[in-house]
Design a protein around this ligand. Structure first.
Ligand code: HEM
Length: 373
């Protein structure tokens, strides 16, 4: 459900951005706070037990993503109606994030064997989200710092909360998608969190208060990205260019994240405006990431447990033409990032194609499966 809400929220946000009927923060939060935030937390409720080799979470934890959804929807309406309800949304999301962080810490402490380093990345991502939400509350106490806090909030969220989760998850997801291990993934994750987190803190505080730090932060982020890129080229180069399947989308998400950092440099130098940089982040990075991850994970989320032909068939349907979609997302996002807003249409076409695939797959496979039950 969260996956479908996220994909639908992207479509809604794209249409609202084109119509320009609401303040820009409204469509941005429809996609990021109502769509992506709950989906990321929902995906973590799947990955944390897998990575800590522990049981499925209890209902209380499984409901936390819905609290995030509520907070995100509230933030959207608050921006759409230009009222202050976003403050309450920030408190609500902060409380949910704190509870979720405690759950991750407990699961890591109880892990069978050494806890997987990806859990540290998840915890760091949730802490970034919490700091980003504190920045929102601080806007009310410290109005003269509003523009700086807004920049702090948006970078902690995009590079920290979303970036840290994505870059770590991609490293465990790609080997699963291709059924071929990446023996260095855990070691890389263990060594590189300090660079990615350090980079996030420098970019966020730099964008808020002292621009030169931004460049240092981007250099730090480049370290884990360069190592991941070279590992994937040597391990998975051929598979990444296959027309069908999720691998090309995940690789496009990686390329999109690298492009986002470059757009950050252009933005810091005043060449790119902030609205286009944010839109490019969504198009070039989040769309391939979410569609790739959903094509791989949706079958497991719908039918957890033993993998069967049914899972393979659903994956095949959702992954069909994945490379074409990924290419359109990249082209659309890069065009917007380089200043041609018409590129948005390319991404919308690819997104509609995925929505139709999703609807057709759900209709033919999920409904059929439920009626068999
Ligand atoms: C309940 C959660 C959230 C609340 C209450 C919230 C609140 C805010 C507020 C008050 C602003 C300033 C708006 C303005 O100046 O017009 C803002 C801006 C922004 N936020 Fe959030 N936010 C939330 C979640 C997120 C998430 C999860 C992300 C990204 C993953 C995000 C990304 C952004 C971006 C990119 C901007 C700049 C928007 C623009 O340029 O107009 N926010 N947010």
């Amino acid at each position: 459900m969260l996956a479908m809400v996220a994909v639908a929220s992207f479509a809604g946000a794209a249409v609202l951005s084109m119509l320009q009927v609401l303040p820009p923060a409204a469509p941005i939060h429809l996609a990021l706070a109502a769509g992506v935030m709950p989906l990321i937390v929902g995906a973590m409720t799947h990955f944390v037990p897998v990575l800590s080799r522990s049981a499925t979470p209890r209902i209380g934890v499984r409901l936390i993503p819905l609290v995030f959804l509520l907070a995100g929807v509230l933030a959207f309406f608050s921006f759409a109606e230009s009222n202050q309800a976003y403050l309450f949304a920030a408190y609500l999301a902060f409380a949910a994030a704190a509870a979720f962080a405690v759950w991750i810490i407990r699961r890591a402490a109880k892990a069978v064997g050494k806890p997987h380093p990806c859990l540290d990345w998840y915890l760091a991502a949730i802490v970034c989200l919490m700091l980003a939400l504190v920045a929102v509350s601080a806007m009310a106490w410290w109005p003269e710092q509003y523009p700086a806090l807004r920049r702090l909030h948006l970078h902690l969220n995009t590079l920290g909360f979303v970036g840290l989760t994505a870059v770590s998850t991609l490293q465990v997801l790609m080997p699963t998608v291709l059924a071929r291990p990446d023996p260095q993934a855990a070691a890389r994750l263990r060594q590189h969190l300090k660079w990615a987190l350090g980079g996030t803190v420098l970019v966020s505080t730099g964008a808020a208060w002292f621009k030169p730090l931004v460049y240092m932060g981007i250099v730090l982020w480049a370290i884990p990205l360069a190592r991941l890129g070279s590992a994937w080229i040597s391990l998975y180069f051929r598979e990444i260019f296959k027309i069908n399947g999720a691998a090309s989308s995940l690789a496009a998400a990686y390329a999109g994240f690298c492009a986002t950092l470059l757009f950050g440099v252009l933005h810091a130098r005043g060449i790119l405006n902030s609205a286009d940089a944010t839109l490019a982040f969504i198009l070039v990075f989040l769309l391939p990431l979410v569609t790739g991850a959903v094509s791989q994970l949706l079958p497991v989320w719908i039918r957890p447990g033993m993998q069967s032909d049914w899972h393979a068939q659903v994956r095949q349907k959702l992954g069909a033409g994945g490379a074409y979609r990924a290419m359109l997302f990249l082209l659309g996002g890069l065009s917007v990032g380089l200043g041609w807003r018409g590129g948005l249409l390319l991404s919308i076409v690819a997104l509609i194609a995925f929505l139709l695939q999703l609807a057709a797959t759900i209709h033919s496979h999920v409904i059929e499966y439920n009626s068999e039950k």
